[in-house]
Design a protein around this ligand. Structure first.
Ligand code: FAD
Length: 328
């Protein structure tokens, strides 16, 4: 059976995040030949229309409204419910991001439907759409399908490959007017923390430090390594608790869940709560002076030794290799 699927785009600094493109790929499987519609909510989001088409959307619904400038639960909920009413979809996808985690259960409750959250793969098995999601902090995986109602899921960033970019794919753009009333919260001003570099939750390469880095300064070699690789810096809670870095870098059960192609765990013991946030990384490299450290159990490559000797050597070597590659 084919069905219409809405993919709710997520925009940051005017640009669609990768998880929105991954959502289109997931949406194609759920749609089973039906229409995959990108949905853009914001104050002025017209610039995100073509990127949605580039990654395979069949149509794009645009909702521009002053109250959607910044994310608030009430405003986005009201707007999205009106889009759903107008479009009557058979499936819906959001990213399993802060926004998706906040909005999706409320929408599911309002529609009186189920929700499969934190999905890492979507497959077609005969006539069913089967979703895989990690459970027990990543120690096991469960497969789920929806028997009745809207197929509604949130997808974990970096797990479902987006479709090949195709700038020639274009379709109809529907502008929808929505009413947003009775807001309980209004955002007057957003004060952003000064951050630079790659967004942790979408980074393909992450260099994470733990209590073993011993100080704020101890993070500098890790930042240099991340710079050379074009990656992001992350941390264990041990490092955050010790005030070596900001909590926004924390990866784990109570931090961010990441799935990069390459994850460096440096001076991190590998507590179960940390593994919950990174053990689905495609390749894990651990550097630890303790050969018995738990992190080696999930590592594909392990280096036993002092991080303060190893990391600068690795950075130098990678600089040479990458430089040679670029100049060949
Ligand atoms: P440690 O366990 O102290 O490990 C430091 C490591 O560095 C050691 O293995 C040591 O051998 C190595 N080392 C030291 N010096 C060097 C050196 N010079 N060179 C190489 N290696 C060196 N933790 C998280 O990370 N994320 C979470 O989201 C999280 N949530 C939690 C939720 C709850 C409810 C609880 C109870 C705990 C949570 N924790 C979380 C904390 C977790 O249990 C660990 O305490 C924490 O992960 C430890 O951080 P760490 O590995 O950096 O420090």
């Amino acid at each position: 059976m084919s069905r219409k699927v809405l993919v709710i785009g997520e925009i940051r600094d005017g640009e669609l995040r990768n998880v929105s493109f991954e959502g289109i790929a997931a949406g194609k499987v759920i749609a089973n030949g039906g229409e995959v519609v990108g949905v853009l909510l914001g104050e002025n989001v017209n610039q995100a229309v073509n990127p949605f088409f580039d990654y395979g959307a069949d149509r794009v619904v645009v909702v521009n409204h002053a109250e959607l400038k910044n994310y608030t639960t009430d405003a986005y909920q009201e707007a999205l419910l009106q889009v759903i009413k107008a479009e009557n979809p058979g499936g819906m996808i959001l990213g399993h991001s802060a926004l998706g985690k906040d909005l999706s259960p409320r929408i599911a409750m309002k529609l009186n439907t189920g929700l499969i959250s934190d999905v890492i793969s979507v497959e077609k098995e005969e006539d069913d759409v089967v979703f895989t999601r990690p459970i027990y902090t990543g120690k096991a995986f469960e497969k789920k399908k929806v028997n009745d109602g809207i197929i509604f899921a949130t997808i974990r960033p970096n797990n479902i490959a987006p479709l090949e970019k195709d700038r020639s794919n274009r379709g109809e753009v529907t502008h929808l007017k929505v009413e947003i009333n009775n807001l309980r919260t209004v955002i007057k001003n957003v004060v952003r923390k000064a951050t630079k570099g790659v967004d942790l939750s979408e980074a393909k390469i992450i260099v994470s430090g733990g209590r073993g880095v011993k100080s704020k300064e101890g993070f500098k070699p890790l930042m240099e390594l991340a710079d050379v690789l074009g990656g992001a810096v992350g941390a264990s809670r041990g490092a955050c608790d010790a005030e070596y870095c900001d909590y926004s870098l924390q990866i784990g059960q109570t931090g961010k869940v990441v799935t990069p192609d390459l994850y460096f765990a440096i001076g991190i013991s590998g507590a179960i709560q940390h593994l919950a946030g990174m053990s689905n990384s495609k390749v894990v490299v651990a550097i630890n002076k303790d050969p018995e450290a738990n992190i080696f159990k999930v590592a594909d490559y392990g280096i036993v030794g002092d991080l303060f000797e190893i990391v600068p050597l690795l950075t130098e070597e990678l600089k040479n290799v990458l430089h040679v590659k670029q100049t060949v």
